[in-house]
Design a protein around this ligand. Structure first.
Ligand code: FES
Length: 142
């Protein structure tokens, strides 16, 4: 069996939503200290709906495929639906990632969460702080 699914290869070779939104409503950037990969997500939000989303990922193929799939999954959704997106859902939508590449999908979940937090902060929208654990203390880094 191939190491990567056809969907991973498709999103890696033809990533959707690559780029920058200059007047973004929220921006989130995360990095993985171990592999050095970095992901940045830009959200354009109107009335709590994600009208547009772009990403820049400096990282491995799985990180690029995860960003591409994750942005497709939250486009047109509410900010609260986007908050519920998990890295597992992204990996499943890609028909799976090799176990040692699951952390790449975590970057997508965290970058989206950070961008949403930025949006909530900019607009003084209250949120449950426990949904945004400090990076070093979250389960993914332990
Ligand atoms: Fe670092 Fe994939 S190897 S995000």
């Amino acid at each position: 069996m191939a190491l990567y699914s056809e969907k991973v290869m498709d999103h890696f070779t033809h990533p959707r939503n690559v780029g920058v939104i200059e007047d973004a409503s929220g921006v989130g950037e995360v990095g993985n200290a171990k592999c050095g990969d970095i992901m940045k997500i830009y959200l354009k939000i109107e009335n709590d709906i994600i009208e547009d989303v772009k990403f820049e990922t400096f990282g491995c193929g799985s990180a690029i495929a995860s960003s591409s799939m994750a942005t497709e999954m939250i486009k047109g959704k509410s900010v609260y639906d986007a908050m519920a997106l998990t890295n597992k859902a992204v990996a499943e939508a890609l028909d799976g990632l090799p176990a040692h590449k699951m952390h790449c999908s975590v970057l997508a979940e965290e970058a989206i969460h950070n961008a949403l937090k930025d949006y909530f902060d900019r607009n003084n929208i209250p949120y449950d702080k426990s949904q945004f654990p400090d990076c070093e203390h979250c389960e993914h880094c332990e």
